[in-house]
Structures are given as structure tokens and as C-alpha cells.
Design a protein around this ligand. Structure first.
Ligand SMILES: NC(=O)c1ccc[n+]([C@@H]2O[C@H](COP(=O)([O-])OP(=O)(O)OC[C@H]3O[C@@H](n4cnc5c(N)ncnc54)[C@H](O)[C@@H]3O)[C@@H](O)[C@H]2O)c1
Length: 179
């Protein structure tokens, strides 16, 4: 993996967007504690957010500006984001990835019976992101927000996205870890 090149491409994308005065649009996969808060706070900062979850109840809740979890000020910021047209939510992960520049991955990572970190949801979502990227020409950034063992971003997320998309890390898509 060419980490240096990947970093440059990712940085170049961000700098280009910033120079044009445009904020990248962001999809968030997983609308639990981390994802719902990310959607609300980034919308408050002016980003256009698309939340994705397999749970229709959570999708409806975010779409309507209601908090899917108990968290101070979350409902206030979600409803503000929906009112300003900065927050949408869907169960359609592929459509969300295709309509955004950056995807945050915040699915659950439960503890496996042997005590290790169960990456099943991270793998599933990474593959689905890859399937979407197979249909996308523009560069895309995937940001892992889950609590995972070191190396998961490159050894799991990047590998699954590349395999499902047929695209090349650092050329067609970038990855980052935002713990
Ligand atoms: N909750 C916290 O305070 C906290 C703090 C630090 C780190 N983390 C880490 O952040 C990650 C997310 O934690 P959380 O507490 O938000 O989890 P959560 O269980 O509250 O939410 C995860 C969501 O992901 C959804 N999901 C799973 N697979 C999906 C898929 N393929 N497509 C769309 N949605 C999918 C689930 O339906 C669920 O709503 C975990 O790795 C966790 O360890 C959480």
C-alpha cells in the first residue's frame, strides 16, 4: 500500500473542495450513538449529511429530526439540521455513498465470544461501500470511526472496499481512521 500517495490524494481532494468554498457532502453508515451524533454535529457545522442504517426506525427518526438515542442536545441539533435541509437519512447505503464525497463508517463492533473484536458489520458495510464505488467515477474518502484493533483500516476496510469496487486505494478512493 502506498500510504504517502494516498495521503496526498486525500489531502488534495479536501484542499480542492475548500478552495472552491464547497464543503464535501458526507454519508454516515450506522445511526447509533456515534453516527447520530456525527450527523447532528457535522450538520450544525454546515455539512450536508446523509445517515444510513439497516434499522427503518432509526432512519425515520433521524429523517424527522428526532433523536434515536438518549444524548444531550442531540434532538435539538438533528431537528435544526433537518429544518435547514442539511440532514437526510435512508436505508439505501449505495445511494447514500453515490450522492456524497466522504463516508463515515460507524457500525457496531461487538466483542466476539473469544474476546476479540467482531468486525462482521465493518466488513459487510465496507463491501457495500465498495459495491457503490464500483458505480462511481469521482474520488471517495472512507473514514472508519469504529473502535477497532490497529491495522483494521488498511487490512480490512481498504481491502474489502477495493475487492468489491475493483478500484485502487490512493487513486480512486482514500481511507482514514477517526477514532
Ligand atoms: N457509543 C460510544 O460512546 C462509543 C464511543 C467510542 C467508540 N465507539 C465505537 O463506535 C462504533 C459505533 O458504536 P455505537 O455505539 O454508535 O454503535 P450502535 O450499536 O449504537 O450503532 C451501530 C449502528 O450501526 C447499524 N448498522 C450495522 N450494520 C450496518 C450496515 N451494514 N449498514 C447500515 N447500518 C448498519 C446498526 O443498526 C446500529 O444502528 C463502535 O465501534 C464502538 O465501539 C462508541
Amino acid at each position: 500500500m502506498n500510504l504517502v500517495k494516498q495521503d496526498f490524494v486525500t489531502a488534495a481532494t479536501a484542499v480542492r473542495a475548500s478552495a472552491q468554498g464547497a464543503k464535501p457532502s458526507i454519508s454516515v453508515i450506522g445511526l447509533g450513538y456515534v453516527g447520530a451524533v456525527s450527523c447532528a454535529c457535522l450538520a450544525h457545522l454546515g455539512f450536508h449529511m446523509t445517515g444510513v442504517d439497516v434499522s427503518l426506525e432509526k432512519v425515520r427518526s433521524v429523517k424527522e429530526g428526532r433523536s434515536p438515542i438518549v444524548e444531550d442536545r442531540l434532538e435539538e441539533l438533528l431537528s435544526e439540521g433537518v429544518r435547514l435541509g442539511r440532514i437526510d437519512a435512508t436505508q439505501n447505503l449505495v445511494a447514500a455513498v453515490l450522492s456524497t464525497d466522504v463516508t463515515f463508517l460507524s457500525v457496531g463492533t461487538p466483542t466476539a465470544p473469544d474476546g476479540s473484536c467482531d468486525l462482521t458489520y465493518v466488513r459487510q458495510a465496507s463491501r457495500a461501500i465498495g459495491q457503490a464505488l464500483a458505480m462511481k467515477d469521482a474520488f471517495h474518502v472512507v473514514v472508519l470511526r469504529c473502535s477497532v484493533p490497529p491495522g483494521t483500516t488498511l487490512d480490512c476496510v481498504a481491502v474489502e472496499v477495493a475487492a468489491a469496487s475493483g478500484k485502487t486505494l490512493g487513486v480512486d478512493f482514500g481511507v482514514a481512521f477517526n477514532p
